[in-house]
Design a protein around this ligand. Structure first.
Ligand SMILES: [Zn+2]
Length: 647
């Protein structure tokens, strides 16, 4: 972390204790929820076999941990004033219950070795692994623990429940890409998985990753005034990521498979928690895997790291379909996050709760929208009825009712509320400068905001001081007070992402924006990414101004692929045409597919490839240099709480 951009003094940079207003807010939470209900703790403990102590997973190629719960012991005590008591409870459930657990004989979960669970189903000869975590270091450690405790078995299949990275990016820790290509390991995923996985993680990858560091609190140290949980799981592992192309796609509800003697019945649940997702039932075990369609909290209808909004109504309907398909046979429910629910009555009660949660948010948000309320007004007045809100598994530890209501609004109506004042507002810095002038300058705003802070009106302090930050980021008093307001908002938040966003914002105001290199796609991702997806990723990096007026045609002949491709830059748009070749091209490249991918993703250079005899050129080499110069490198750590330079 670099401090040279922060004008704050050492005292201004320090974390502050909870204020009186925050202590009062925590007391209200403590009095309003049934903390004596300890069923979740019983279920989170049940079936425990073994874990690592301390739970520290090292990086495979570097000298640091990719995942470390060894510093989370502070969660053993009572909730401090700096953490919402309801979130504290969820943090305890996530971080203090880790290791290998038996769900039923033959089905095991490694929980809290990453943000997600890795599930292992014992087949006749080997393991069926469900969701191999976010990094190969974490999945390798999880598999090793299972092999050590339950007997060594080969991985015969990997089932990827959906297109989010915490469920597939660790795949190379339990198998190789060759295992998938040769079919030695069945890789089962829902239809649309490849496109959606890469769309979410590559096309919008840089902005999403930067925002995800806020959401998951990666830059925060563990501690009662900093990181306590992600809500969805104890923490996110930060290790080696990879990708394999599935060799068995599930396309329709009702499809079945028998893998290594284990019967599986599938239900497609696309367009809900993820664009490509499925749930499935193990009839021999009477066990239902709900993937991430259900979890022990209110999930994101809009995820603050940034993603397309999700369909609350479809989500609810899919849970009902799961009940219809499997409800009369299931004895246990488990999922890709959190702990299982045992007993048919308990499991169905829980599924119905989750079903009604998302339908409530959908229906009531639209009811209020039809009264004419804007999304901010809807979010402000929506309250869960006690029948939903007193259930801990419906609380907003990850998603929030506030953002859920806004997601429903955006899904149906978009971001505009119909008020012409909002048709064409100034962007942040331009607006901020005008606000400051109208409000009497930064010092006058800080004086008033100091009084609002004393009153505990931290939301308002954040709103007005954000204008000062966008106009005058070096104003130390405003910057320090804004950081303090974010901090108290973080302390009060029941949602872990909200807490982490607030505390990361405070951290960056205090310490300055962390230095970061240019964003790069991981080599493990690049090698396994289909070519058409590489072209899509390149197209969103094309700098329109630099390409203005330019026409370029590049023929690609791949030495290891059957079809040529033609790349055309014209009208500041990059097109890639499969099985095409231009009769007259500026340059023709002959090289292996992976060499081209690595070249275009910035992992190697043309001179390097030529030197290694991996690339031959026919035509004008300067055309290749011109082409390569058209693409932006994205700054990994762009400003969030301080101004972004406008062109
Ligand atoms: Zn997940």
């Amino acid at each position: 972390m670099s401090a040279e951009h922060s004008p704050l003094s050492p005292a201004q940079r320090r974390a502050k204790p909870a204020t009186e207003a925050t202590r009062k807010a925590q007391a209200i939470v403590r009095a309003s929820l049934p903390f004596e209900d300890r069923r979740s703790f019983d279920n989170a403990r049940r079936g425990f076999i073994a874990s690592l102590s301390p739970l520290t997973i090292k990086h495979s190629r570097a000298d640091h941990a990719v995942y470390d719960l060894s510093g989370m012991g502070f969660l053993e005590g009572e909730a401090p004033d700096s953490v919402n008591p309801s979130l504290w409870r969820q943090a305890q459930l996530n971080a203090l219950h880790h290791g290998l657990f038996e769900v039923v004989p033959g089905i095991y979960q490694v929980r809290s070795f990453d943000i997600a669970n890795m599930t292992l189903v014992r087949g006749a000869t080997g393991w069926i692994v469900i969701d191999p975590l976010t990094s190969s270091e974490a999945s390798r450690a999880a598999l090793a623990l299972a092999n050590e405790q339950l007997g060594e078995r080969p991985v015969v299949a990997v089932i990827i429940t959906h297109s989010h990275a915490d469920h597939f990016a660790g795949v190379l820790g339990v198998m190789s890409a060759e295992d998938a290509a040769s079919g030695r390991v069945a890789v089962v995923a829902p239809q649309g998985f490849v496109t959606e996985a890469l769309a979410e993680n590559v096309l919008a990858g840089n902005v999403m990753n930067r925002r995800a560091t806020y959401m998951y609190g990666n830059l925060l140290a563990p501690g009662p005034d900093a990181f306590v949980t992600t809500g969805l799981g104890a923490a996110l592992s930060m290790g080696s990521t990879g990708f394999v192309v599935p060799n068995d796609l599930i396309r329709a509800t009702g499809e079945t498979r028998c893998i290594d003697g284990v019967d599986i019945e599938f239900q497609m649940t696309p367009g809900t928690e993820a664009p490509a997702e499925m749930v499935f039932f193990f009839p021999q075990h009477k066990a239902l895997c709900m993937s991430e369609i259900t979890s022990h909290h209110q999930h994101n209808l809009y995820t603050p790291r940034g993603a397309q909004v999700r369909d609350a109504l479809a989500w609810s309907a899919q849970i009902q379909e799961s009940i219809d398909l499997f409800g009369d046979r299931l004895e246990v429910h488990f999922a890709s996050h959190h702990w299982p629910t045992w007993g048919r009555r308990e499991a169905i009660d829980y599924l119905e709760q989750q079903r009604d949660l998302y339908k409530f948010i959908h229906d009531q948000s639209l009811r209020l929208a039809n009264h004419g309320y804007s999304m901010d007004e809807i979010a402000e007045q929506l309250r869960l009825p006690d029948a939903l809100g007193q259930e801990f598994s419906n609380r907003g530890y990850y998603g929030t009712l506030n953002h859920g209501a806004k997601a429903v609004y955006v899904k149906y109506l978009g971001h505009f509320d119909g008020n012409p004042a909002h048709l064409h507002p100034h962007p942040p810095v331009a607006a901020a400068k005008r606000y400051l002038e109208f409000m009497g300058g930064a010092d006058a705003i800080v004086a008033k905001a100091t009084a609002s802070f004393a009153d505990g009106d931290y939301r308002w302090v954040a709103e007005v001081l954000n204008h000062v930050m966008m106009a005058d980021p070096q104003h130390a008093a405003a910057r320090a007070l804004l950081a303090d307001a974010y901090e108290q908002l973080g302390y009060q938040a029941e949602s872990a992402p909200w807490r982490n966003f607030y505390l990361c914002g405070a951290l960056e105001l205090r310490e300055g924006k962390p230095e970061g290199s240019a964003a790069r796609v991981a080599p493990g991702m690049a090698d396994n990414m289909p070519l058409e997806d590489v072209f899509k990723a390149m197209a969103v990096r094309l700098n329109a101004e630099r390409a203005d007026g330019l026409v370029l045609r590049i023929n690609l002949r791949f030495t290891d692929l059957p079809k040529p491709w033609l790349l055309v830059v014209q009208r500041s748009v990059l097109h890639a045409f499969e099985d095409h070749a231009a009769p007259v091209a500026d340059v023709t490249l002959k090289l292996p597919g992976n060499a081209f991918k690595r070249l275009m993703l910035g992992l190697t250079t043309a001179p390097e490839l030529i030197q290694n005899q991996a690339l031959t050129l026919d035509g004008d080499i300067s055309a290749l240099q011109t082409f390569a110069g058209l693409f932006d490198q994205f700054e990994r750590r762009f400003p969030i709480v301080t101004p972004r330079a406008m062109p």
